[in-house]
Design a protein around this ligand. Structure first.
Ligand code: GCU
Length: 609
């Protein structure tokens, strides 16, 4: 068929634009859909077929070139010149999603590498609607294909990402393939060495999320400093300037109609006379309805202010003391990653039983179920990205990864009243490179969210019986966090009695870690390490010492529950567990639990001002 020159050029333009759209679609960069748990979605949780692939055979040829006929095709294209197909997802064993692979199959407990996940799913396209593939978290790197087309890739093991798949889906049966590689990376966030178990896999919910063509993809609604209005903005993806947006709080008969400006954002202000502010004593949540065009979202939000005044932390203008405990996202009893409401209820139930009004969710963003629950239960939260120990602070690519995870964490959880503190690091070395790196992150937090406090868990310097908290990073923090282990990693428990603290900053201090190991049920003299009595003596001497620090405004002892760590291999005592829990991984409460519980319940610990 002959085309006139004009036609040929026209055809060429059409082909280029089709290719561009396929390319753009095929490799869209991930975004974050906020409030996914309140959106219409098809859950893709459940059994996925899996292939263990330590040699990355499903991705690379024998000469290590990227294959164009890899496992991601799910056998849908016959290999060239009749090569044998040497994989078949439909006959391969399954793993449950969400869930780490390490605790689902004994053979996979110590596996670190690439595992392929595949499942079919039914879909019916909707006119003027878009589909996003949502992954709540995959540790550590993931690549997603849908119907054999690469969609997106993501690095980071504890934050959600969403990839548009609208143009790749058809009515009926579709299939998804996800390659998850949990190999630790020297230039990763975290880096190679951590004191927690590197659980790999699709460790949080996976779903297909449905949104209208123009949809609300981000918002920041918060109580203003004078607590007279809810202010902020709503961003509508692809909305034209002038598009309408409304935010209402039906229970208070409040509604604000606004219009989208040039940046896709509509500015919001709702005067809030008569609002019950969120607090641990009264964790009031309101239904907040956000609408724009076809899109409507209903979030569940609390409203409160948090700020620093001198060395005090003020919640709704009143000084508060954070009686806390640190928590890893480890499932009680069965081990592995927290994946469901029962895990969350057990962990936060124990924290409540301990007398806590606060938890440090270490050392990475936890499942959103945790922060929805802390909102409902009235438990204040320190949330943290895994910038942990000796990161490659001089590498700009590592800073980019940390900023990406920080953005994903804040966009997901900005609507959680219970989160008061964004922590940007844990126990990092006090070097100029590190300080520069983290001051940048502190600035990023303030740009993303001006309503919360920036903190980090700093290392403490010891000279004899003096503890110095003078890490240069402190200048960039609103609240100083500090970890110390008098009685375990240094000195004896009774040395806390004569320890003097010198804090270089006139800011609130949270002791973000202290404690020691004990094997539940192992008893002996208070001088015998690894016994419950020894751990109890650490707390016995720590608490009066901490009470002597005038600017102490909180603590989160290390840690609520024993957790898996490959760094803890003492036979008969640790057996692969860090035993600093006040509770064993099997729910056995140790003597130190009751000592701290008594101190918390009698509020003998700390002063809010
Ligand atoms: C460190 C670190 C924790 C670790 C703990 C320990 O302070 O922050 O992640 O588990 O101490 O050594 O038990």
């Amino acid at each position: 068929m002959k085309f006139a020159l004009g036609n040929r050029r026209f055809i060429a333009i059409i082909c280029l634009s089709i290719l561009a759209s396929i390319k753009a679609n095929a490799q869209s960069s991930p975004t974050i859909l906020v409030d996914v748990d309140h959106r219409q979605a098809i859950s893709l949780n459940g059994d996925w077929h899996t292939i263990i692939d330590p040699y990355f055979n499903g991705l690379y040829t024998f000469h290590h070139e990227i294959r164009n006929d890899g496992y991601f095709l799910n056998g849908t294209q016959h290999l060239k010149n009749g090569e044998p197909l040497e994989y078949d997802f439909s006959k391969s064993p399954t793993l449950k999603v969400p869930g780490d692979w390490n605790t689902q199959r004994e053979l996979l407990y110590d596996y670190e590498g690439l595992i392929w996940y595949q499942r079919d799913f039914e879909y019916q396209p909707r006119e003027h609607h878009r589909a996003f593939f949502h992954i709540g978290a995959s540790n550590y790197k993931a690549i997603l294909w849908v119907n054999g087309r690469q969609v997106c890739e993501h690095e980071g093991g504890f934050t959600p990402f969403d990839c548009e798949v609208t143009n790749l889906l058809h009515a009926g049966t579709n299939f998804a393939v996800v390659a998850v590689d949990d190999t630790r990376q020297a230039d990763g966030v975290p880096t190679l060495n951590t004191d927690w178990f590197n659980y790999g896999g699709l460790t949080r919910d996976v779903a297909l999320v449905d949104v209208p063509d123009k949809f609300i993809d981000d918002y920041d609604l918060h109580l203003n400093h004078s607590r007279t209005a809810v202010e902020g903005w709503v961003h509508v993806q692809d909305a034209a300037p002038g598009a309408s947006v409304s935010v209402s709080i039906p229970e208070l008969k409040l509604k604000n109609d606004a219009v989208v400006g040039s940046q896709g954002r509509a500015e919001i202000k709702l005067n809030v006379a008569g609002m019950q502010f969120w607090s641990p004593e009264q964790p009031k949540l309101y239904d907040v309805v956000l609408q724009s065009g076809e899109d409507s979202l209903q979030d569940e939000m609390g409203f409160r202010t948090v700020e620093v005044s001198g060395t005090k932390i003020l919640l709704n203008g009143k000084p508060v003391f954070l009686r806390g405990i640190s928590i890893h996202a480890e499932a009680p009893y069965r081990g592995g990653r927290v994946t469901n409401d029962e895990d969350v209820a057990t962990l936060l139930g124990w924290a409540r039983e301990l007398g806590c009004n606060y938890v440090r969710l270490a050392h990475y963003p936890h499942d959103q179920r945790m922060t929805r629950a802390t909102d409902r239960m009235g438990i204040m939260v320190w949330s943290e990205i895994p910038v942990y120990w000796a990161e490659h602070f001089g590498d700009p690519a590592v800073l980019k990864k940390a900023e990406q995870q920080l953005t994903e964490e804040i966009r997901r959880d900005r609507d959680k009243a219970s989160i008061l503190l964004w922590s940007i690091a844990n126990e990092t070395p006090n070097t100029p490179e590190r300080t520069q790196f983290l001051k940048t992150l502190a600035g990023d937090v303030r740009a993303l969210d001006s309503t919360r406090l920036v903190t980090a868990a700093l290392l403490v310097r010891t000279e004899g019986h003096i503890k110095y908290v003078d890490d240069s990073l402190g200048e960039a923090l609103d609240v100083i966090g500090a970890n110390e282990y008098i009685g375990w990693y240094e000195q004896n428990p009774e040395d806390a009695d004569t320890t003097v603290w010198k804090i270089a900053y006139d800011k609130p201090l949270i002791i973000s870690e202290f404690g020691g190991d004990a094997k539940a049920g192992l008893h002996g003299k208070q001088t015998e390490r690894w016994t419950e009595e020894y751990q109890e003596s650490i707390y016995q001497h720590q608490l009066p010492m901490l009470n002597r620090i005038p600017q102490l405004r909180g603590m989160s002892p290390w840690i609520l529950m024993d957790f898996h760590s490959p760094r803890r291999m003492l036979p008969g005592i640790q057996d692969g567990f860090n035993r600093k829990g006040l509770i064993s991984d099997q729910g056995e409460k140790k003597k130190a639990f009751y000592l701290l519980q008594k101190a918390y319940k009698e509020e003998r610990i700390g002063k809010a001002e």
